[in-house]
Structures are given as structure tokens and as C-alpha cells.
Design a protein around this ligand. Structure first.
Ligand SMILES: Cc1ncc(C[n+]2csc(CCOP(=O)(O)OP(=O)(O)O)c2C)c(N)n1
Ligand SMILES: [Mg+2]
Length: 352
């Protein structure tokens, strides 16, 4: 298996002849999105420490994957994210306050998937891949040009659902891109204990679909590789498995202490491959990014952080009975009975 595709190296220099590099305009706008994604990670992590969020699985270090996954999609396409992909959902245009609703402990995912074309963030590993294939297959049967971007982690590739999703998608040529962010750990389990394969993208061969490795901290390469996979899916070429070589810089979640299972110098090495610093070095070196633009991007980041803080500090109004509203299009008699029982109990509580 070839080494991960890279277009801009960790010092910001162009690799090769640069003929496939996205335009400077696209890269500057991509950098703006990276700044916003990093700010989202920072503010959400701070809100956890303040007790305003129950949990936040940060994608710090993986922002290029997050931004690229959202940006290569067209308007009607679908995104199927995991719990670590909040920044991708925001890059897709969903209000970050809505994206964080579930992590605050709300019973719903915070946004309307039918409007945003973003599925709820999946916590049960790899289950979303099957749902993603279902949506892609349905679109193909209906003759719609929809492409589905299905995200998962390296650990999720060991799930049976991963196998079933890829196998079905390849056999039926579903227009789906399976995008694995290989951040080297599944909580404390390192990649070497997850798989004996030389690369996760190698698994594509067994399903009969193309497999690609890409530097997951290089927004330019991700944009090209994911873009090609989306184009292939849209033109009837079927699914692709893309593996991004990246790293989870922070803890799995706030409930995890990574110093118990990995060495600090490993983390330090990956900090030097930071996706923001790399693109920034490239753009400033090319004279395409000045202080004024940087200040404007940072200010946009502050506005996002302020909006998120205000949203999280507002006390949510939660109606417990609403829990039953969206389970079935037509509620079953049992659910209707439970809803009525809860309503009666809440009324009693209110009068006592
Ligand atoms: C089916 C299932 N099994 C176990 C878990 C517990 N769990 C939550 S996150 C996680 C690790 C997942 O690692 P990976 O797929 O690499 O994603 P990452 O967290 O690194 O983004 C595990 C085992 C789960 N959520 N779902
Ligand atoms: Mg992982």
C-alpha cells in the first residue's frame, strides 16, 4: 500500500509539482474553517470544565479531516458523523449550539437531520455506516445524485457493522464515501492492537472498492482525495474507502487520562504536524495570507465562541413528554399510554 497522499508537507512546502493543488482561494477559505473548527474544540472543552457540557470528544489535531469532509459535499449530499465529528457538522453549516445540544444531555441530536442532511452523531461505533449505506442505496434507486459521506474512527473498523456496510455498498455500488480518521487510538487501544493489516485502506481490496490513504493533517490533500471519491460515487463508480493518517492530540474525552497509555513525546511529534500551522505556513509563504485576514479569522472564531457560550449558558427548557414525539411516525399504543402516564405524573408533581 502506498504511503498517504500529501500535497503540502509539515513545513508548508508543496510536495511534487503542485499541479493538483486546490486554488489559493479555496485554501485560504479552508484555513478560515480550520480556525473556526479549532476554536469550537477549545470552547467546547472549556465548557466541559465549567460543567456546561457533559462530555466533549475533541477533534483537536483532526480539524483538516473535519473541514474537508464537509467541504467536498454538494448541497443535497448527506453526512453521517460520529461523536467526534461536531466540527464537521458545523463546517457543514449547522448551528454549533444545536450540534452541542446532545453533549449537554438533551434527549435529541439538536438539529433536524431531514433539513441539514446530517445524521445524528452516532455513539454506538459503526452503526451509522449501515444507515449511511441505506440512504445512499435509496438515493441510487430513486435516481437522485446524492452522495453520502460516512465517518468513523480506526477502532470502528473492527466492528461487524463496518464489514457489512462496506460489503453491501460495494456489491450494490452505493454512492458512499467511507472516511476513516485513523487517529491511532480507540480510547486506550493503539492501532497495532486493533488490526494486523498494514493499512486500514488495504481492507478495501477485500470488498472490491478503491482504497486511498491520505495525510489527515493536510487540508489540500484531503480536499483532493475526498473530492475524487465523491466524484466517483456521484458518477456511478460506487464507494471508496479513504483512510486519513492523523492523530488525536487531546484525551479521548474528559473522562480519559491519555498519559496512562501513550508517551508525551509521541504527542509532541504530532503537534509539529498540526494541520493549522501547516496550511498557515504554506499560505503566508505564498503571500496569500496577511495579518489583517488572520485577525478577521480570529475575530470570527471569537464570535463563534461567544455564540456557543451564550447558548450553553442559557438554561434549556426541556419537556420530558416530548421524548415520545419522534419515535414513530404513528405512536404505538404502548408509547401513547406511557406518554399519557408521564403527563399525568408531571401534572401531579406540579400540583403537589
Ligand atoms: C459498539 C460500541 N462498542 C464500544 C463502544 C465504546 N467506545 C466508545 S468510543 C470507543 C473507541 C472508538 O475508537 P475509534 O473508532 O478509533 O474513534 P475515536 O474515538 O478515536 O475517534 C469505544 C470502544 C461504543 N461506543 N460502541
Ligand atoms: Mg481512533
Amino acid at each position: 500500500m502506498a504511503s498517504p497522499r500529501m500535497l503540502i508537507d509539515e513545513h508548508g512546502s508543496v510536495v511534487g509539482d503542485g499541479s493538483t493543488l486546490p486554488t489559493t482561494e479555496v485554501l485560504v477559505d479552508g484555513y478560515r474553517e480550520l480556525v473556526l473548527a479549532r476554536r469550537l474544540n477549545d470552547v467546547a472543552s472549556a465548557l466541559v470544565r465549567q460543567g456546561r457540557l457533559a462530555v466533549y470528544p475533541s477533534s483537536h489535531g483532526q480539524e483538516a479531516c473535519q473541514v474537508a469532509a464537509a467541504r467536498v459535499l454538494a448541497d443535497g449530499d448527506w453526512l453521517f458523523p460520529t461523536y467526534r465529528d461536531g466540527a464537521a457538522i458545523v463546517a457543514r453549516g449547522v448551528d454549533p449550539v444545536e450540534v452541542l445540544a446532545m453533549l449537554r444531555g438533551d434527549w435529541h441530536c439538536g438539529y433536524d437531520p431531514t433539513v441539514s442532511h446530517v445524521a445524528p452523531q452516532a455513539t454506538p461505533l459503526a452503526t451509522q455506516l449501515l444507515h449511511a449505506v441505506g440512504v445512499a442505496h435509496a438515493a441510487r434507486l430513486k435516481g437522485e445524485p446524492t452522495v453520502v459521506m460516512a465517518l468513523c474512527g480506526d477502532g470502528a473498523t473492527s466492528e461487524g457493522d463496518f464489514h457489512e456496510a462496506l460489503n453491501f455498498a460495494a456489491v450494490f455500488r452505493a454512492p458512499v464515501v467511507f472516511f476513516v480518521q485513523n487517529n491511532k487510538y480507540a480510547i486506550s487501544v493503539p492501532l497495532a492492537h486493533q488490526t494486523a493489516a498494514a493499512a486500514l485502506a488495504d481492507k478495501a481490496v477485500g470488498y472490491g472498492m478503491p482504497g486511498e490513504r491520505v495525510d489527515g493533517n493536510d487540508l489540500a490533500a484531503l480536499t483532493v482525495v475526498l473530492g475524487e471519491a465523491v466524484d466517483r460515487a456521484r458518477s456511478g463508480g460506487g464507494p471508496t474507502l479513504v483512510e486519513a493518517d492523523t492523530y488525536r492530540i487531546q484525551a479521548h474525552t474528559n473522562a480519559d487520562d491519555p498519559s496512562r497509555y501513550r508517551a508525551e513525546d509521541e504527542v509532541a511529534q504530532w503537534r509539529e504536524r498540526d494541520p493549522l500551522l501547516r496550511l498557515r505556513a504554506h499560505l503566508t509563504g505564498a503571500g496569500a495570507l496577511d495579518d489583517e485576514q488572520e485577525a478577521a479569522f480570529a475575530a470570527a472564531g471569537e464570535r463563534l465562541a461567544e455564540h456557543v457560550r451564550a447558548g450553553m449558558n442559557a438554561v434549556p427548557v426541556a419537556d420530558p413528554v416530548e421524548l415520545f414525539a419522534h419515535v414513530y411516525a404513528t405512536p404505538t399504543p404502548q408509547l401513547a399510554e406511557q406518554a399519557a402516564q408521564l403527563t399525568a405524573e408531571l401534572q401531579l408533581e406540579g400540583t403537589s
